[in-house]
Design a protein around this ligand. Structure first.
Ligand SMILES: [Zn+2]
Length: 410
C-alpha cells in the first residue's frame, strides 16, 4: 500500500488512558480484549499513582514522570496566588499555559528531538506548552466518539510523515463510576463497553498493519471507591464559610483561608471529624510529595476512603469518587503493555506511575528530562534488543525552559 514496510522498523508507541479504570475491573466481568492484551504482553498488578489521585495531576505525571508538586498540575481545580489566576477542569478553564509550564511533557521533548506526536484528547494536549503543541491534536471535545479518536491516530501513524508517539484518552469508565459507584453491579456494562473499545482499537491497529510494530500501553489515571450518604463530613458544622474558600473539592479538599484566618480555620477543623485528616501545608506528609508548590493551598483536608467532605448535605454527592491517599488500593489504575518491546504473558507485581515516563522515553529513543521515576524499576518488562531504543543509562542534557528539578526525597 505504501513504502512504510520497506523502512527499518522505527519504535512506535501509543499511550492509552481509560479515565478511572480501576486495576481490578478486569476481574469483574468477562473482558476478553484486556485478557488478550495481557496474554500478549505485560500486566502490572499494582501501580501506585500520585497524590492527589485526581485526573489532571495523574495524567500529567504519566507524561512527565514527576510528582504533582513538581509538575505543577496539583489538582483539577487550582488557584495560583502569585498570578492571581485560577484553573478549573469543571469550568473547562484549563488552557492557561502558565499552569502547565513548570514541567515539559513528553510530546514536546519528542518533537524537539525531531519526531512527530499525535494526541486524541489527552489532558493538556490542546494547550500550547513552552510554545509547542503536539504535531497533530484534537481540541478537547468529549462528544467526539472513541472510534473517531482511533481513526485520527491511525491516520497519523500511517501518514507519509508518521508520528512515532500517540496519546489516546477516553472519559469512561470514570463518569459512570462516579454516577453509579464502583460496587454497583451496573458498572459491569460500562466495563464491558470499555473492553469492546479496546478490542476495536486492537482490530483497527491490525487492519492498519500497525499491531505488530507498535508498543501499546493501556493505563489510567486513578481508580474509584464507593461513597455513601452515610459518610459525609460537613464543614459547615465546624467552621463558618465566611472564613475560607474551597479551591479543590472532595475528597481531598484544598482550603484557602481568608486573610489572617489560617489559625482559626485550622483549629476549627483539625480534630473536627475522625475520618478527616487536616494538615497545614508544611505538615503534609513527605510520602505524598505534595507540599513544595505555591498552588498547594495553606490547608489540606483529606477524607478517609469512602468519605466525602462537603459544606453540608445540600451539596449533594456522587456514588463513586477518587482523590484519596494514593496508597489506597481502590485508587490504583490498570496497567498493560503490549508490543515488540514487551515480554509476553508476563506479570509484574508493582511499579510507580512515575516510572512510565522514563520507560516511554526509552521506547521512543529520546532523552528523558529529570523526573521522579526509574527506568531500572521497570526494565524487567522489556525484551532485550528493541530496535531504536537506547540503553538504560542515557540521561538528559537537553533542558526544557523552566523545567523544574524533581523533588528530592525530603
Ligand atoms: Zn473522576
Amino acid at each position: 500500500m505504501h513504502a512504510l514496510s520497506l523502512q527499518p522498523a522505527r519504535p512506535k508507541v501509543l499511550l492509552v488512558s481509560f479515565d478511572g479504570f480501576r486495576w481490578d475491573y478486569i476481574y469483574r466481568v468477562p473482558t476478553p480484549s484486556f485478557h488478550y492484551a495481557m496474554k500478549n504482553g505485560v500486566h502490572v498488578r499494582q501501580v501506585t499513582n500520585v497524590f492527589i489521585t485526581k485526573t489532571y495531576p495523574n495524567h500529567y505525571t504519566l507524561v512527565t514522570g514527576l510528582y504533582a508538586e513538581s509538575h505543577g498540575i496539583v489538582a483539577n481545580e487550582m488557584y495560583d496566588p502569585v498570578l492571581n489566576e485560577s484553573f478549573s477542569l469543571n469550568k473547562m478553564n484549563t488552557h492557561n499555559s502558565k499552569f502547565w509550564e513548570e514541567a515539559c511533557p513528553i510530546w514536546v521533548t519528542n518533537q524537539r528531538e525531531g519526531h512527530k506526536s499525535g494526541a486524541a484528547m489527552w489532558p493538556g494536549t490542546d494547550v500550547k506548552i513552552h510554545g509547542v503543541l503536539p504535531t497533530h491534536y484534537m481540541p478537547y471535545n468529549e462528544s467526539v466518539p472513541f472510534e473517531d479518536r482511533v481513526a485520527k491516530l491511525i491516520e497519523w501513524f500511517t501518514s507519509e510523515e508518521p508520528i512515532n508517539f500517540g496519546l489516546l484518552y477516553w472519559e469512561q469508565p470514570d463518569e459512570m463510576g462516579h454516577l453509579l459507584g464502583p460496587e454497583n453491579p451496573l458498572m459491569g456494562a460500562t466495563i464491558k463497553d470499555i473492553d469492546r473499545k479496546l478490542g476495536y482499537l486492537i482490530s483497527e491497529l491490525k487492519k492498519a498493519k500497525l499491531w505488530d510494530v507498535i508498543n501499546v500501553i493501556v493505563t489510567s489515571d486513578h481508580g474509584m471507591s464507593q461513597s455513601s450518604s452515610e459518610r459525609l463530613i460537613e464543614l459547615d458544622q465546624y467552621v463558618s464559610r465566611e472564613l475560607y474558600e474551597v479551591i479543590e473539592h472532595t475528597p481531598t479538599v484544598a482550603i484557602l483561608p481568608k486573610e489572617g484566618k489560617l489559625e482559626e480555620v485550622y483549629e476549627a477543623l483539625a480534630n473536627a471529624h475522625p475520618n478527616m485528616t487536616v494538615y497545614k501545608k508544611e505538615q503534609i506528609p513527605d510520602r505524598f510529595h505534595y507540599k513544595h508548590n505555591r498552588k498547594i493551598q495553606p490547608i489540606l483536608a483529606v477524607a478517609d476512603k469512602g468519605w466525602e467532605i462537603v459544606h453540608n448535605k445540600t451539596d449533594g454527592f456522587l456514588f463513586g469518587n477518587h482523590g484519596y491517599d494514593n496508597t489506597v488500593p481502590e485508587m490504583h489504575p490498570i496497567f498493560l503493555a503490549v508490543g515488540p518491546a514487551f515480554r509476553k504473558n508476563a506479570t509484574k507485581q508493582f511499579m510507580n506511575a512515575t516510572d512510565l515516563y522514563p520507560l516511554l522515553c526509552h521506547l521512543l529513543g529520546i532523552n528523558p528530562l529529570p523526573n521522579n521515576g526509574s527506568l531500572n524499576a521497570v526494565k524487567d518488562i522489556l525484551v532485550e534488543g528493541v530496535p531504536g531504543a537506547r540503553g538504560a543509562d542515557s540521561y538528559s542534557t537537553i533542558k526544557c525552559i523552566k523545567q523544574r528539578m524533581p523533588s528530592s526525597a525530603n
